[in-house]
Design a binder for this molecule. Structure first.
Ligand code: PLP
Ligand code: ZN
Length: 398
């Protein structure tokens, strides 16, 4: 069953519907978990190991073996900050971001519904993922990207997997508005995160974190927030497993935004349950360069209900954190993902996070998604002949 998060109106699972017909609010799937957690044991570690908890037709699954991502204990960085730190590495998904979790479920639903064309507006990763899954499913794929603001790796993926790519003169919010209008005219099936089936896939990040910790909850989960679907999905996942009795505690959901694109943090600091859109969002972390997040209600509910928090970080703090994670722990992430680490550092400094807390930072996308930003942050390699004497001298002088 699909239910409106604001007025509680109910819709059938097979209705193609993105927002509530009665009040215009966002929708969610309501699913009861009536299995024992033991049934997940011994299955291959993809998100479909949780298939009983994902409300789609198993016979229609379109998958690239997403989920089951690394869960790295980060003692060096954790000790430096005085917390017990784990990093959930979502860049290890098939196309290099957590979007694959949402897309495998969304594309499976598309097959169930029998649609022929899928579409999305994207800051980059959604389009990279959609293009790959549409290719796998054999469907036509249309993507709208904000002109000039998409990281190189993501653009390469969307084009290479055969999506029809339109470069929209406008920002993400404008591209999404146009794409949504076309979806409502039924020209295509919309696979942005306003589609509640996307979040049914992404909630498995929450499932896996609890499982990865040996069926315990961390004190806190920290992640970057853009369109605000992922924080909502992870909260849904941990809540479902908590309600099923698989764990005894829930994490504080902590959403980090870039200073130039922070409608959710602004709303949180005022105690509001809706955002006031940011007109011209700007940040180097293009994946979270979003001014009018569609899942603002769900995300703010998640933060308030979990006794969580929201804070902003500057682009400089993001780039510093990106380098810190890469050089202390060997984990390469794109700038938006590093916002979670930058936020962790800031909230420890502010005393919002207590020393000794068990924290999971979700790092959402791979370093190679945005090679230009990575190269710009480094000094150029020394050019030198392959002469042993010269090379030896250079090495010894370091
Ligand atoms: C999509 C994305 C985000 C933002 O997630 P939302 O669900 O839009 O809040 C953050 N980081 C990366 C790498 C992403 O691709
Ligand atoms: Zn409603």
């Amino acid at each position: 069953m699909i239910r409106c998060v604001s007025c509680g109106a109910e819709y059938d699972d097979d209705e193609v519907i993105y927002t509530c017909e009665k009040c215009g609010s966002v929708l969610e799937l309501v699913s009861d978990i009536d299995v024992s957690k033991d049934i997940f044991d011994g299955r291959r570690d993809t998100l479909w190991k949780f298939k009983e908890c994902i409300p789609v037709d198993e016979s229609k699954i379109v998958s690239l073996d997403e989920g089951g991502t690394p869960f790295c204990k980060c003692d060096k960085l954790g000790d430096e900050l005085g917390v017990n730190l784990y990093v959930k590495v979502e860049g290890s998904n098939p196309t290099g971001s957590f979007k694959d979790r949402g897309m495998t479920v969304g594309m499976t639903k598309a097959m169930e519904l029998g649609v022929s064309t899928v579409g999305c507006a994207s800051t980059g990763n959604t389009s990279a993922s959609l293009a790959a899954y549409a290719a796998r499913a054999g469907l036509r794929c249309i993507v709208f990207l904000p002109s000039g603001k998409v990281a190189l790796g993501k653009l390469a993926q969307a084009m290479f997997h055969g999506a029809e790519v339109m470069s929209i003169n406008g920002n993400f919010d404008e591209a999404l508005e146009a794409m949504t209008a076309l979806a409502l005219e039924k020209h295509l099936y919309l696979l942005n995160s306003i589609n509640p089936y996307r979040l049914e896939g992404q909630k498995t990040i929450g499932y896996e974190i609890l499982r990865d910790l040996g069926w315990q909850s961390p004190d806190r989960i920290i992640l970057p927030v853009g369109n605000a679907g992922n924080i909502s999905a992870i909260w849904k996942g941990v809540s479902e497993f908590y309600n099923a009795g698989f764990v005894k505690d829930l994490p504080m959901m902590t959403g980090i935004q870039a200073e130039g694109a922070c409608p959710v943090t602004n709303a949180f600091k005022k105690g509001e349950r809706r955002v006031v859109p940011v007109e011209n969002p700007e940040t180097i972390a293009t994946a979270i360069r979003i001014g009018a997040p569609v899942s603002d209600i769900k995300a703010l509910n998640a933060i308030y209900d979990s006794n969580g928090y929201s804070e902003t970080v500057t682009d400089e703090e993001i780039l510093d954190a990106q380098k810190l994670l890469a050089r202390t722990e060997g984990i390469g992430v794109e700038p938006a993902s590093a916002a979670s680490i930058a936020g962790l550092k800031k909230l420890v400094d502010q005393g919002v996070i207590d020393k000794g807390e068990t924290i999971t930072c979700v790092v959402t996308g791979h370093l190679l998604k945005d090679p230009n930003t990575a190269i710009d942050a480094c000094t150029k390699p020394t050019e030198v002949d392959a002469d042993i004497d010269t090379l030896r001298k250079l090495l010894m002088n370091k």
